[in-house]
Design a protein around this ligand. Structure first.
Ligand code: GLU
Length: 513
């Protein structure tokens, strides 16, 4: 029990494992997680893999990985079990079949034998007559003989639930307030396909009750599924139907006191053009954001703000703070703009807050995974990375942006960028390199400040601008034309390495035509 005497929430994230975890799904997971964590409740991960053609093992693992990356830990789930498992729907088919059979037996559902072609013809006829599409209820009242005749023809039935012919169904949505649907718009719907597999309605509804969910928070694209689910809850709870089937099929009984969950439908995520967010708008998969070097705590903060606001002003929150302040009441109904520029800016701001040690630690996997290193960093490479941290902080907005600036430092040999060579190793570059090699060999102590003074001395002696003195040295040492500030960068390297690279690069300077 919480302080207010409410039952602690039980909420779930229930992805279908096909493809990557996208930002929309991640936001749904996040809001559920925040709700559970802020109220001492349970966050359940349920994998909705009943569609064998689309669900893949790889996608499921990718989703678990993406949730872990974001720090959204679950209390019950496919990998860790829990009291109301199993948590993969593909392992619960016996239960769904049992529920469908019990609904049939109770006369709350019926076999329908139309073929897909017949249903399609029905749909076209409705269209031609200007009627709303949907099952017309043709097999609602078949006789036993009719059923047997269809079976003898080799037809296999689907199972449909009868919906009321008239009246309305209303519910209170935690975000949208009162919502009402007309039953006449909701035809009898399929709960079990002809191959015996459950539809989403049957599987999700059965599980939400069997797992004792208190609130279903999900995308508003599923709003229209809600009246069907509410009807099914009622039928499953009637005369203890579900409890009986749970016992008969050997599944755990529902949590004590569990009943029909509430609903919260989250607003759509849209891109700059106000159209539903899709690949056209850029990255949408959490894994892509991870690879680009977005920090999980920033993604969490940003996703929280996609639809929810605290007081309209404060925007910066740690995940822990979010668990304290988040509520569905402050989620808006309007589509939420997924503003990638804002995300980038937030990420850059967060990087600036990290200490040198933290930044180096966050950068480590990116450098280790880069093809230059391709494994783990040696202690020397770790020292180098730690040295770069303060030089990178102001220059990157995502972690991966550090790589082009520092990758060269993790190679044994200089790999020259020919464009940089052509641009900077020409004209008086030979003189510059010769003077720089001599000056650098004598720098004492080997610090950024002293190196800067030595290189400035070279520029002055030769009567060239700083750029003309620095760029040839940069290309000589790094192979390219971009790096963090040169003197501090050189100071991180071994003086001998620097001097020998500067000397060696003279051979590359194109002689004046
Ligand atoms: N498996 C459904 C989906 O991925 C979940 C729907 C729900 O949360 O009820 O869309």
């Amino acid at each position: 029990m919480t302080a207010t005497g409410d039952v602690p929430p039980r909420v779930r994230f229930a992805p279908a494992p096909s493809g990557w975890l996208h930002v929309g799904g991640a936001r749904t997971a996040l809001y559920n997680w925040l709700w559970a964590r802020g109220r001492g409740g349970a966050f359940v991960l349920r994998i909705e893999d009943t569609d064998a053609e689309r669900a893949t093992e790889e996608s499921m693992h990718g989703m678990l990985e993406a949730l872990r990356f974001l720090g959204l830990d679950w209390d019950e789930g496919p990998d860790r079990g829990g009291p109301y498992g199993p948590y993969r729907q593909s392992e619960r088919t016996v239960l769904y079949r049992g529920v469908a059979a019990a609904l049939l037996e109770a006369g709350l559902a019926y076999d329908a034998y139309e073929t897909p072609e017949e249903l399609e013809a029905q749909r076209r006829e409705q269209q031609a007559k200007g009627l709303p599409p949907g099952y017309a209820g043709g097999h609602r009242n078949l006789t036993q003989e009719q059923r047997e005749a269809f079976l003898a023809e080799g037809r296999r039935p689907v199972i449909r639930v009868r919906t009321p012919d008239e009246g309305t169904i209303g519910f209170h949505d935690a975000i949208r307030g009162p919502v009402e649907f007309d039953w006449k718009d909701i035809p009898d719907f399929v709960i079990q396909r002809a191959d015996g597999s459950p539809t989403y309605y049957l599987a999700a509804t059965t599980d939400d009750l069997a797992m004792g969910m208190t609130l279903i928070a999900r995308g508003e694209d599923l709003l229209s599924a809600t009246p069907r689910q509410l009807l099914l809850y009622e039928l499953l709870l009637r005369d203890g139907l579900l409890d009986r089937v749970l016992a008969e099929t050997g599944f755990p009984q529902r949590p004590e006191g569990a009943s029909v969950p509430g609903f919260a439908h989250l607003p759509l995520l849209v891109g700059e053009d106000r159209k539903p967010l899709s690949k056209r708008h850029g990255s949408v998969a959490i894994d892509e954001f991870r690879r680009q070097g977005y920090l999980p705590e920033v993604l969490v903060n940003f996703l929280a703000l996609c639809g929810w606001s605290y007081d309209g002003t404060r925007e910066k929150f740690t995940p822990e703070e979010l668990t304290q302040v988040f509520s569905f009441e402050r989620v808006g109904r309007n589509p939420a703009y997924f503003d990638t520029d804002k995300l980038r800016a937030m990420n850059g701001d967060r990087i600036k807050e990290l200490s040198d040690d933290e930044l180096a630690e966050r950068l480590q996997p990116y450098v280790a995974e880069s093809e230059v290193v391709g494994g783990s960093l040696t202690p020397e490479q770790q020292r180098l990375l730690r040295g770069f941290a303060p030089l990178l902080r102001e220059r990157i907005q995502t972690l991966a942006e550090a790589l082009p600036l520092i990758e060269w430092a993790f190679r044994d040999e200089v790999v020259f960028d020919e464009r940089a060579v052509a641009k900077h190793l020409k004209g008086r570059a030979g003189e510059v390199l010769e003077a720089a090699a001599a000056a650098l060999a004598a720098v004492e102590p080997w610090t950024g400040e002293a190196i800067m003074a030595a290189l400035d001395g070279v520029a002055e002696k030769l009567g060239v601008g700083r750029g003309k003195a620095f760029q040839p040295v940069r290309v000589a040492v790094t192979g390219g034309a971009v790096s963090p500030p040169l003197p501090e960068t050189l100071a991180l390297l071994d003086r001998d390495v620097v001097v020998s690279r500067v000397t060696a690069a003279r051979a590359r300077v194109a002689s004046p035509a």
